[in-house]
Design a binder for this molecule. Sequence first.
Ligand code: NDP
Length: 501
Amino acid sequence: MQTRRNEISRHPLVIRGYVGGRFTDASPTEEIAVIDPATEQRVATLYESSAEEVDRAVIAARTAFDRGPWGRATVAERQKALLAIHDAILAHAEELAFLETINTGIPLSQTRNVHIPRAAYNFRFFAEYINQAGGEVFTQEPGLMSLVTYEPIGVCALIGPWNMPLGLTAMKIAGALAFGNACVVKPSELTPLTVTRLFEIIEGILPEGVMNLVNGRGPVTGTALVSHPGIDMVSFTGGTVTGSAILASLAKGIKGSAMELGGKSANIVFADADFDQALDAALMSSFMNNGQMCLAGSRIFIERKIADRFIEAFSRRVPALKIGDPIQEGTEIGPMINAAQRERMARYAESGLSEGATLLCGGHRFSGLATGYYFEPTAMLAPSNEVAICREEIFGPFAAIQVFDEEDEVIAKANESDFGLVGYVWTQDLQRSMRAASALRTGTVLVNTPIIRDLRTGFGGYKQSGLGREGAKGSQAMFTEMKTTIIARAPRTLPRMGAGA
Ligand code: NDP
């Protein structure tokens, strides 16, 4: 792997758009360096898609949708294509995991075991789902039959974040294609490697123009895409501020959207919880994916009866996390995505201290490696739920712990948030878990388990965590138009307007 990485740093990859069935010319646009956050070396040169290239991509998708074979493909044909994409990802799994790791800094053990299999699974899941997904028929009125059918929405703009580039973008692509749409995909300009490679490894599977790629910065390529009159909807995963700007732009054309945005998820540990499971899960929910997870459960609430023991154990485990080169086996924490993200971590550690939090461990730039945007995994004991480290999404390996006494108190605090993505609850008391699950204002509640995504269910957020749900029916709602057809089954008695008295 190191040899391959050296080769790439000597000869960086080339990232271009893919429009109407072929990669675009690499020459005339802005060049952006794509960096390996562990080595700070260039791994690719990205040739930014201009507004003109975005326009061509949307037109290619529009043409494929309106006139190409995909819009009329049978379920069996769509399933065949989706399963071929699934197989292509698995056939290139090791390479994709490596690329994801050198682009994001996420440990190889996680990209290899979670991200890439997950990316492939999305295509299999939706291939299977569309065979069963149907509409509704209402026959209660003897003279009428009302049919509800779900039809492809058209051209979908699919915009993904940098923290799980292929896995999260693949979920959008698989959903959009499964329901018969064409799409234009835009990965984050920080992490375009695996999504671009996906386009290479699936060449020939889909009719031309069905899947297009544009690469570039949000304010340039992203804005051109979401403001293009030829798109029918945007499925976006990213930050709340960007999501809000995209919604404002879509409002002009009354376009639909699905928004998977940020989070600040509460992880509530009651005194009767399985202590070891809750501890392991709290570490995982705060530090997996280098802590850069929308569903991180890093706002941790511990019941006072076990607080000393829990905080002591947590504070002993965090500094023992293995920080290192993400391509090395055994690394648990890699670098932050870039220097800005590392500095953001340092700012939150300072803001915690200035607002009265106690530093339990970490809090500084990691100095043990010569290169890379590393930050020590950090835990702070917060004086209240009001401080910035408990309010704002930090998006890094940073846990903020609070102590509570009563169930009502902790549920109220958990809900005191602009976000509402996930709530984690640890208790052996079934009735309490049911009360908490219904009281938490979040799109998902996880009881006695850390992070799980189940595609059969919907994933998304309340409040500023988003709009819409991804997975099975949620994706169907996102990527289809609901159509109602009402058919008279017998002649109807109608007023004879204009026929006289
Ligand atoms: P951003 O919002 O910065 O960017 C997300 C994507 O939007 C990127 O591709 C970005 O491009 C693009 N973009 C930026 N500005 C615009 C614009 N004006 N118009 C169109 N596109 C634009 O998020 P991050 O990439 O920083 O991802 C982290 C965020 O994503 C966190 O808040 C996290 O919680 C959230 N997230 C939510 C998930 C969920 O399922 N709810 C899952 C994972 C992450 P570029 O980067 O090239 O500028």
